[in-house]
Design a protein around this ligand. Structure first.
Ligand code: XMP
Length: 434
């Protein structure tokens, strides 16, 4: 359906995404565009009802303060200018401090000045995307690497709705997944995809490649490269695939800082899939912000447990099994992480703590079990809160809950005789240990 849109022009503000999100939260679609967009280009975007010129401290390029094309001021669009002293229209020096005030300011501009209709919602988005996907793909097949993360799960669900069994999903179990994770992905999609869901258990292969490799960067590289190799091998076995679907989302597009979709795509091929795979790309979420991806998932009927999953690094448990990865320590992480998640859910902390997991280092300490001296691994619990993962605070967990988790880990997880809690904020520590 045709929808109204407010365009945010980027003149060096760090708040572009926040402003676009605030407009979208009012029910009006909003996109961010570069400062030097021409009136011609603007009119080609359909439904533009108004422009927000969003200036900020990064507005100096090559020693000069950048401005929008002068013709923009005379094109007849209502303009709200913030933080951009050169703007030849009504202008505000800065955005108000509180979200509430920003919301009210935008409300006045979007509805009273621009007369935009609030017709941006997930139902319409899904309807539009289903149509667009069918048009783009025709009767051809689409391949998707299904990791089980929120983005790829939502992409899969949207594609199934649009093209059913023209979708082929490959799920690679790297052996670095959490307990029950691969199984739950298969369970979620096997009915709808049948034999179009290809499950590859590559855990032994990954372990072998990683044997004796202790350097974190090298581990990451090996895991990434091996993933591509496995995926490529599967892709080559398949006939007649023309498209590759990816879970690229709007922040990826905006943060890559590019103007054209071409550059964005080469920047952001998820998992670094090689170009010579010769696929055309399908990226149905590229307009969505993270919270909208979740809303889209819920609208498509995905369970909350899937939609509100905590972030999980691409290299998986590989970066939580410190130093050279071994099977027994990997198992200790999987089991202790599962206990931690279970107890956090019981205590309702899964909705309050942003990210929590366990880490097992590659050293042992002395202990006693059944009156016998033992020499075993510690488990480290990490629980943090953050807004954007750039900085993080340690989550304050009730002592009694920590004691319960410690007790269970010591009783139930083999090769472990000690439990520690990581008290470090980011910075100086990162969220993950490697
Ligand atoms: P750090 O450890 O850098 O992590 O403070 C910040 C956030 O990013 C996640 N993370 C990753 N996510 N691929 C990802 O998709 C990765 O390689 C990766 N490494 C870290 C981490 O879990 C945290 O949420």
């Amino acid at each position: 359906m045709k929808q109204d849109m407010i365009v945010v022009l980027d003149l060096g503000s760090t708040k572009n995404t926040e402003i676009a999100r605030a407009v979208r939260n009012l029910g009006v679609y909003s996109e961010i565009h570069p400062h030097d967009i021409t009136v011609d280009q603007l009119t080609q975007l359909s439904g533009v009802k108004g422009i927000i010129i969003n200036g900020g401290k990064n507005n100096i390029v090559n020693g000069a303060v950048i401005d929008v094309m002068p013709e923009i001021y005379h094109a007849g669009y209502p303009i709200l200018s913030v933080g951009h002293p050169l703007a030849k229209c009504e202008n505000l020096e800065t955005w108000p401090d509180s979200e509430e005030e920003i919301r009210n300011l935008l409300k006045g501009f979007v509805f009273d000045v621009c007369h935009a209709q609030p017709n941006w919602n997930m139902k319409n988005f899904i309807e539009d995307q289903v149509k667009a996907i069918r048009e783009q793909v025709g009767n051809k097949k689409v391949l998707l690497a299904l990791s089980g993360g929120v983005d790829s799960t939502v992409v899969a669900t949207l594609l199934i709705k649009a093209i059913g069994k023209q979708l082929v999903c490959v799920h690679v179990n790297t052996g670095l997944m959490r307990k029950g994770e691969s199984e739950s992905i298969v369970r979620l999609f096997e009915k709808q995809l049948g034999e179009n869901l290809i499950f590859v258990d590559a855990s032994e292969r990954f372990l072998k490649k990683l044997e004796g490799i202790a350097d974190p960067e090298q581990k990451r590289k090996i895991i990434g490269a091996e993933f591509i190799r496995v995926f490529e091998e599967e892709a080559k076995k398949l006939d007649g695939i023309e498209f590759l679907a990816q879970g690229t989302i709007y922040p990826d597009v905006v943060e890559s800082g590019t103007k054209t979709m071409e550059t964005i795509k080469s920047h952001h091929n998820v998992g670094g899939l090689p170009k010579d795979l010769q696929f055309k790309l399908v990226e149905p979420l590229y307009l969505l912000l993270k919270d909208e991806v979740r809303a889209c998932g819920l609208e498509l009927g995905l369970p909350e447990s899937m939609v509100y999953r905590q972030p999980f690094p691409g290299p998986g448990l590989g970066v939580r099994c410190l130093g050279a990865i071994t099977k027994d320590r990997l198992e200790a992480i999987r089991e202790s992480d599962s206990i931690l998640r279970e107890e956090f859910e019981k205590a309702g902390l899964n909705k309050k703590v942003w990210q929590y997991f366990t880490v097992v280092p590659d050293f042992m300490s002395v202990g006693v079990k059944n009156q016998v001296r033992c020499y075993e691994y510690p488990v480290i619990i990490r629980a943090i809160n953050t807004v954007d993962a750039m900085t993080a605070d340690v989550a304050q967990i009730d002592w009694s809950i920590l004691m319960k988790i410690t007790d269970r880990i010591l009783k139930e997880v083999p090769h472990v005789n000690r439990v520690c809690f990581d008290l470090s904020p980011k910075p100086p520590a990162t969220i993950e240990w490697e």
